[in-house]
Design a protein around this ligand. Sequence first.
Ligand code: IVH
Length: 730
Amino acid sequence: MPRAPKSSLPDAPDVATLTADEAASEHARLGEEIAAHDRRYYQEDAPTVSDAEYDALRRRYEAIEAEYPELRGIDSLSEKVGAAPSAKFAKVRHAVPMLSLGNAFADSDIEEFVARIRRFLGLPADADITLTAEPKIDGLSCSLRYERGRLVVAATRGDGFEGEDVTANVRTIGEIPQVLMAEDVPDVLEVRGEVYMGHADFAAINARQQEAGKPLFANPRNAAAGSLRQLDPKITASRPLRFFAYAWGEVSSGGLPADTQFGVIKAFARWGLPTNPLTVLCHSADQLLAHYRMIEERRATLGYDIDGVVYKVDSLALQERLGFVSRSPRWAIAHKFPAQRAVTQLERIEIQVGRTGALTPVAKLTPVTVGGVVVSNASLHNEDYIKGIGGDGEPIRGAFEDKPVDIREGDWVTIQRAGDVIPQVVDVVLERRPPEAKPYAFPTVCPACGSHAVREDDEVVRRCTGGLICPAQAVERIRHFVSRDAFDIEGLGEKQVQAFHDWGLVKEPADIFRLEARDSDPQALTRLKNREGWGETSAKNLFAAIEARRRVPVNRFLYGLGIRHVGETNAKRLMRHFPSIEALREAALAAVPPGEEHPKGNEAWAEIVGIEGIGAVVAEAVVDFFVEPNNEAALDALLKEVTPEPMESVAAGGAVAGKTVVFTGALEKMTRDEAKAMAERLGAKVAGSVSKKTDYVVAGADAGSKLAKARELGVAVLTEEEWLELARSG
Ligand code: IVH
């Protein structure tokens, strides 16, 4: 055996001096060299270089890639595709990468696949070409490395280049031989195939999980993956996993038992490896398609999940010539089955309200099994979908009748499950429609809070307008209300908002300002300082931060209400036009004439849409918000607590932006927190102590040591009045 090379680095020139061509060829050479060292290290336990030499190779390889990022291609060792192996298992570098297959769905894709192969090989259109066809097993792929017939390493696919070492777990799978006993087993043989779980075993495992009060597996594939990737092999041993061999990785040279795909798989079977009995040889696209249909028909009775049929060029010499394109072989393709469907009864339609107020219809179904998963909910998308109308206004169901077929409660419906997507209702079995079934009336009020739910032009989604009080939106809205660009209440983040909501303390914005009073009420059951996550100081600070926001610029006030389409800019546009929130509200109410539901082209409406930058969509959202009576009450409650102040005019960039300020002594016009927040809003930094870096010290009554320090360091000292003047001057 030729001696394995030592590290090739010692005299290498600086990466920066390499030409692009030199870099490319050194990169390729280093890649091979590193992969070879990996193989010797990980799989043969026989490294030929020291760790330091190996590290130097890797560093050089990465340095070249840093200089020439275009080399970070598919064959780059640094390039990781798909899921990286989990840190909890040791890693195994695959000597030959575990790649994936291209997908095909239509018959014509398969004809094209065969034609492409002929073209690539320069064969006439009618040349005989032999391919294998076999089920595509829906499990997880695994590589089994046998050395001198003994199973030494088993690894998951991982990212295709590096997988997880699951040897101990694989040894518990009865179907996988520990030893291959035959004369012609090559010295090194990596068998690749799929670990899967059968339907009956899956059902039994889930029954066991249920009994033990443990979460159920969604499907056999997940159960197989969860079982194989257990840290404790005893658990894997208790899960009945199975295996089909269908491919191979590294094989010692000249060691393959045949020169065809079919021949090698037959040898695998002879050596005791499980292979799929539905594997056949075909000689044309038509034969492939016929086998596909046969397998599809038998799919439900196989006892394990498959998701398609795989076709592979049989001749290994041709496979070699065809090679790979990107990460898939040109000589193979996966012909996938269409999504799985089932028919069941739609018991009722439930409307769920999302965090942003979107009303989403969900079909509550009589539970039915689709591809091994019990489905009892399915998506109905939106109002139009229920009516049978697609985004383009055309019927999506019932096109033959030329009028859309709608979905009704009580209907028998076809549901579809494809991959990981939420099951969907795709069709209605009209012949089974109960005579009493009525067209579904999509609610125009929010089921969570009773506020109006409206649809904007060109929008399929209907939304609740009761943002301020709707419990489904409360957390999201309050979070927005207290956020930095709105009321900016320090100490009230997402977590705290959720907790206050869960404790029933904050249901709408006004509640925030009632917190302290409620907290000090002797009747209060639990004081905030005694609640989880809070203490005396944090409660005090929070109340102070809230107090500081009883006055806010009116644009922030409006923005904080979370009206659809009213972001910071539109809030400013609106409040530049209207002198107050009240004035805006009056205009909005006047835009909807009595007895009407929507704004009409009257003067008030014209005034709102006429504001520069405010179009009909924004104006309508504003009107919808103010006319909703639930919002009116919540807004009144809020206005009792908070006084909107004139609009913020000073942008960051004003006189105090970027300055460091220290407040000391008692302020008269505002609390310390308020002063701090105001300074920060204007872009200043508020510090707790005076240093040479301090720009201003704002001294109130009875200022002490900080004032003295400022004088000592020559830092500018301002009175509260002077500070406010400076702040306003920006
Ligand atoms: S052949 C070079 N044959 O499908 C490609 N793969 O989508 C070697 N799979 O990662 C794969 N059944 O996990 C092949 N009969 C079969 C298969 C099969 C399932 C999986 C395998 C692969 C994935 C590609």
